[in-house]
Design a binder for this molecule. Structure first.
Ligand code: NIG
Ligand code: FE
Length: 402
């Protein structure tokens, strides 16, 4: 049992919340939460009716565990020189992806696990209990499989829910023709990844200089036939109509959307596709921010993620992204909270299971050392987490913080 909660706040529901509903969260003062078998059993106000093993949070804030629905957290090598060159005015083209591909191909599965583990633990210490991780720095069946196996290993060794996504269509390997690689993706890689259950989603980098809308459609249609959920890196570097495709395919999520069109917004709204916005990338690349207000007003459920990767976004802090969402996307703290919990869970097909604190859902909770959840995006760049509970177990504890 967790008691002495000064402010308890959660979105509600088992599906993504859109429009006005995205900004409506449940708030209780002086609350308690009863956990049984790793799940939420009861939520109440006032004096708890139960004695037994308990955690007094002494008036602090409790929210659902945060969900980061878009990362590239498994990779080898660094691109610090590319980062610094960009800071001096060079443009991001995505060409650096192949630098990370070379380093990742040269690394073993164990090395990838060893490199990614501390990154994920830093995310956990900031309140993130569920993380999506993409492959895409392998670009051969062997190396993509190695990345996905590394994600599986990581999830066995960490108190976090990790969701693997196959992003073989991230770039084109220089040693093959475009047509050759497309055939390999569709005829060998997707079937093999699906058969081994190595991924839950398939994603495509659909953008200028990368996969065309037609190619993305072919890849995602094949992925769907093998039972994979669909995601698209859509209209990130330029407008290509990728959001329209996401709507047409009723993809689970369309991500980035810096250059989304009005038709793209309408297509996402019609399909109920979650827009995963990644303002950290716009911040790092000094690009325009995605139109969050327009998306919300059009009734598209908005989620937020970090896009953590060694190229376009070395920023791994979801709370920092929450600050960017308030400041640059003009989202309210309530909308932002839904975006990093329930809507992010929906972007991973997990909204029935986690993303809000309600009876029956998994007991993933964050205790914050503040007076109100509205302060999470306000005290920028500071770790305000006091404790993290995953599946009913304390995994970051107050003793290590005070
Ligand atoms: O989401 N857009 C493609 N992929 C990543 C960047 C990957 C990289 O630069 O290594 C992104 O921005
Ligand atoms: Fe990305």
């Amino acid at each position: 049992m967790i008691y002495g909660i000064g402010e308890f706040v959660t979105p509600e529901g088992r599906a993504a919340q859109a429009g006005k509903k995205q900004g409506q969260v449940k708030i209780l003062q002086n609350a308690y939460i009863l956990v049984r078998n790793g799940r939420i059993a009861e939520i109440g106000e006032g004096k708890p009716p139960f004695t037994g093993p308990s955690l007094d949070v002494e008036g602090r804030v409790v929210t659902p565990g945060l969900v980061d629905p878009h990362t590239h957290a498994v990779f080898a090598g660094s691109r610090v020189e590319e980062f610094l060159a960009r800071a001096q005015g060079e443009k991001y083209t995505g060409g650096g992806i192949l630098t990370t591909v070379a380093a990742t191909q040269a690394a073993s599965e164990e090395e990838l696990v060893h490199l990614a583990k501390p990154r994920l633990l830093r995310m956990l210490s900031q309140g993130v209990t569920t993380v999506e991780i993409k492959s895409g720095y392998g670009l051969t069946l062997k190396d993509e499989r190695k990345m996905l196996l590394a994600i599986r290993k990581l999830s066995e060794g960490l108190p976090m829910t990790l969701v693997p996504t196959f992003l073989g269509a991230h770039a084109f390997p220089p040693e093959l023709s475009r047509e050759q690689y497309l055939d390999i993706l569709v005829e060998e890689m997707i079937p093999s990844v699906a058969k081994e259950s190595l991924a839950q989603f398939c994603d495509v980098f659909c953008d200028h200089g990368f996969y065309t809308v037609e190619e993305a459609c072919r890849i995602l249609t094949a992925a769907r036939a093998f039972g994979l959920g669909l995601k698209i890196h859509a209209d990130e570097l330029s407008y290509v109509g990728a959001a329209e495709l996401a709507g047409e395919l009723a993809a689970t999520s369309a991500d980035h959307l810096l250059y989304i069109s009005e038709a793209g917004i309408a297509a996402l709204a019609r399909a109920g596709t979650v827009a995963v916005l990644l303002p950290g990338t716009a911040f790092v690349l000094d690009e325009p921010y995605p139109p969050a207000r327009k998306l919300i007003e059009a009734g598209v459920p908005v989620a937020l993620g970090t896009d953590f990767n060694p190229g376009s976004c070395p920023l791994a802090s979801l709370p920092w992204v929450m600050s960017l969402a308030v400041l640059k996307l003009r989202m309210t703290p309530e909308e932002v909270l839904s975006a990093v919990t329930l809507n992010a869970a929906a972007a991973l097909g997990l909204a029935g299971e986690l993303g809000s604190v309600e009876p029956g859902k998994r007991a993933d909770l964050v205790v914050w050392d503040i007076q109100s959840f509205r302060e999470i995006p306000y005290w920028m760049g500071q770790n305000l987490v006091w404790a993290v509970i995953k599946g009913g177990h304390k995994v970051i504890s107050p003793d290590s913080r005070s």
